[in-house]
Design a protein around this ligand. Structure first.
Ligand code: SF4
Length: 348
């Protein structure tokens, strides 16, 4: 009954999206990775760009990581792009370019979790694996009055068992798309129109007046602050950039030379401290040091507080650290850079 009602609703109100109604597993995979932590409106243009730029998994595998990161620029969570690239290389080299066609095979790809594996398996191959994302947790927890905190293995298993009974075995692709759409369009985090919902007769949370209390979330991870001092070092028509290394955010992206501190630098000490940093890096202080904009950048578990400064040298500094690279203002835009650096450059 649930599946029938849901599919009837979907036929009329479901979203029409470029990655729906197709069975190319590679394109479906692209869309799913792009849409993780990304709004549909934003993800759509990236999906179209990737399909055009890398029409097959082999094209993606053969592109350089730098090019893939550049294509990804602005989407955030760059590990998704690196995993996408690594998984494409695995498919191209180890699987002869054949995208896996079982749930387990898809799940074995780098960067693919249970949700994504279920989505690809059901959309591309009509395998009856239920997708469980935030929208599904919300809808199902309210409908059935489930108070298990989501985001845990226990919750995942409990919701999966229930959904395996509900899923339409003939059209798991449509069922999965419908349940996600209904959750996001209708059963919203706040302010859903329960009176007119097709499930209001059966919905436990609506009956009990507990809609806003569900789903129960497991404890939030504390957000940590980081203090970045980006120094825009320039002489003639040159500036310095460096590439971020493994084991931290934005791996592989380029940025201005960065000085990070545990705590914010006192304004009265800023000039002398940065001058000393530049002396250590480049073997000489700049002719002029200017304070630039201050910018905040929010990541899931981090708040980056960035202060930009400009250091002007009359000529090339005596030494350039190995990790830094000399570039030109018009070249930096062609490198993969974080949104924070992009925002700064756009302000100039
Ligand atoms: S009645 Fe309200 S809470 Fe229940 S499923 Fe419908 S929209 Fe969601």
């Amino acid at each position: 009954m649930f599946a029938k009602k849901l599919l009837t609703w979907y036929q009329e109100f479901g979203r029409k999206l470029p990655w729906r109604g197709i069975d190319n597993p590679y394109h479906i995979w692209l869309s799913e990775i792009i849409l993780q932590q990304t709004r549909i409106e934003q993800g759509r243009s990236y999906y179209e760009h990737f399909v055009k730029e890398y029409p097959t998994v082999i094209d993606l595998a053969r592109a350089s990581e730098e090019k893939v990161l550049k294509s990804w620029q602005g989407l955030g969570y760059y590990s998704r792009a690196r995993n996408l690239h690594a998984a494409a290389q695995y498919v191209a080299d180890q699987l002869d370019g054949h995208f896996p066609d079982t749930y387990e095979g898809i799940l074995a790809l780098k960067g693919v979790g249970k949700y994504t594996a279920a989505a690809i398996a059901s959309f591309a191959y009509r395998l009856p694996y239920p997708v469980i994302d935030g929208n599904v947790y919300r809808l199902v927890s309210r409908l059935y009055g489930i108070y298990t905190p989501i985001g845990t293995d226990q919750a995942y298993n409990e919701f999966e068992r229930l959904l395996l009974n509900l899923i339409d075995k003939e059209r798991p692709d449509l069922f999965n798309q419908a349940i996600m759409d209904f959750g996001s369009i209708y059963c919203k985090p706040t302010g859903c129109d329960c009176e007119n919902c097709i499930f209001c007769q059966e919905c436990v949370a609506f009956r009990d007046g507990k809609v806003e209390l569900l789903p129960v979330r497991s404890q939030k991870i504390a957000i940590k602050e980081r203090f970045f001092y980006y120094i825009d070092i320039r002489w003639d028509d040159c500036l310095l950039v460096q590439q971020r290394q493994a084991g931290d955010i934005w791996q592989g992206l380029y940025e201005l030379p960065l000085y990070e501190t545990e705590r914010p630098i006192e304004p009265s000490r800023m000039e002398s401290e940065i001058m000393q940093v530049l002396q250590n890096w480049l073997g000489a202080p700049p002719a002029a040091l200017e304070l630039g904009p201050e910018m905040k950048h929010q990541l899931t578990h981090r708040t980056i507080k960035a202060q930009f400064l400009t250091a002007k040298y009359d000529s090339k500094p005596p030494k350039i650290p190995e990790k830094m690279r000399v570039t030109r203002p018009n070249e930096i835009k062609s490198l993969p850079i974080s949104r924070l650096i992009d925002r700064y450059l756009s302000k100039l």
